[in-house]
Design a protein around this ligand. Sequence first.
Ligand code: SAH
Length: 207
Amino acid sequence: MDFEAERAALVDRLARREDLDPATEAAMRAVPRHRFVPADKRESAYQDTPLPIGRGQTISAPHMVAIMTDLLDLREGDRVLEIGTGCGYHAAVTAEVVGAENVYSVEYHDRLAREARETLADTGYGDVSVRAGDGKEGWAEHAPYDRAYLTCAAEDVPAAVVDQVRTGGVVLAPVGTSRQVLVKGRKRADGSLDRERHGHVRFVPLQ
Ligand code: SAH
């Protein structure tokens, strides 16, 4: 199976359909998604669907990662907090845009955190920092962040995550339980979020 050709074809389709920002498109072209999915799912790595990665968790569909990367309006050098590392794929896409050393990711399951660290190191994104723990607390040590996003859905954006984003920074999160909406919030000087809704989405729940 020619993974490189499959990935190129997938990103061609996505770029056309979603009108992707050039930086997002380049990141999607660069990250080898097949290295992040379990070995027995590899032949499906370049289908535009979520796939199971163990522990009842999933790797997000490529179009969702691309759309979120676009909405976050990332710039090289931005410091980014991710909640829900999973297998590390989305963190690698973010790292392509902002630089791996600027990405901080929190994963609830120890084992997934460990595996993500290994895969990120093997694929050249070893400078991404991964912490096993509860993402509801964010990762205060490296705050303030320019951008933060969740890849699991909560009833609302966790307060600690909002606290750790700078004024003018952006938070992106699936919000809701059974029916979820992708919410983009820009942080105002008073600490509240100026919110926009970006359609219905389906993510695993925040634990
Ligand atoms: N970012 C992944 C998608 C991961 S799925 C990708 O690249 O495709 C969502 C992840 O959120 C799961 O791995 C799940 O274990 C994690 N998660 C759920 N609740 C969490 C919490 N409270 N803190 C941190 N991670 C959490």
